[in-house]
Write a protein that binds this ligand. Structure first.
Ligand code: 4NP
Length: 169
């Protein structure tokens, strides 16, 4: 199933459950979750769309998002309060859409999927991003400076807007 077919299959569902996934679950995926939560609240869709985020590396479990990401996000009005947690097998049942930030996340999430149906739920965030044609992934900002965090937030705002637009269609 490709992305369009997957998004099509979500139409008519009472509730769509989206899990954003990156490596540490302290930078990109909690930012995506916070941005999407803000957009969903803006449209009054809190009852229709459920969000969470998780990481493929569990070393930051229990932590708030990276301080730098929280500062950059707060400047745009997003308060990031998610606590990092590792991806778990039941996520493939509990979510309709599992959104990978980069290609390594994508390959690992597809690889761990227990069934073909579960594998089909995994998509790349970049496929929803319209404005950054030079990227094939959302880059890890962890070892970058301020501009790395700003770039990630720009890309995630773009991608979340498109994802919501496709869900509302
Ligand atoms: P994230 O960034 O995957 O966007 O949360 C990272 C956070 C922590 C690490 C790597 C990436 N780390 O290696 O600890």
């Amino acid at each position: 199933m490709n992305r369009r077919e997957l998004m099509e299959s979500l139409k008519g569902k009472d509730k769509v459950r989206i899990l954003f996934v990156c490596l540490g679950n302290i930078c990109r995926s909690p930012a995506a979750e916070g941005i999407m939560a803000d957009m969903i609240a803006g449209e009054g869709l809190e009852d229709r769309i459920e969000l969470d985020s998780a990481g493929l590396y569990g070393g930051h479990a229990g932590e708030l998002p990276d301080h730098r990401m929280r500062v950059h996000a707060r400047r745009r009005g997003y308060e990031l309060t998610h606590r990092s947690r590792p991806v778990k097998l039941s996520d493939y049942d509990d979510f309709d859409l599992i959104v990978a930030m980069d290609n390594s996340n994508y390959d690992r999430l597809r690889g761990f999927a227990p069934t073909v149906e579960a594998q089909d739920k995994v998509v790349r965030m970049i496929e929803f991003v319209n404005g950054f044609p030079q990227y094939d992934h959302v880059p890890d900002p962890y070892y970058e400076g301020a501009e790395g965090f700003e770039l990630v937030l720009d890309m995630l705002e773009d991608g979340c807007r498109e994802m919501l637009r496709e869900l509302e269609k």
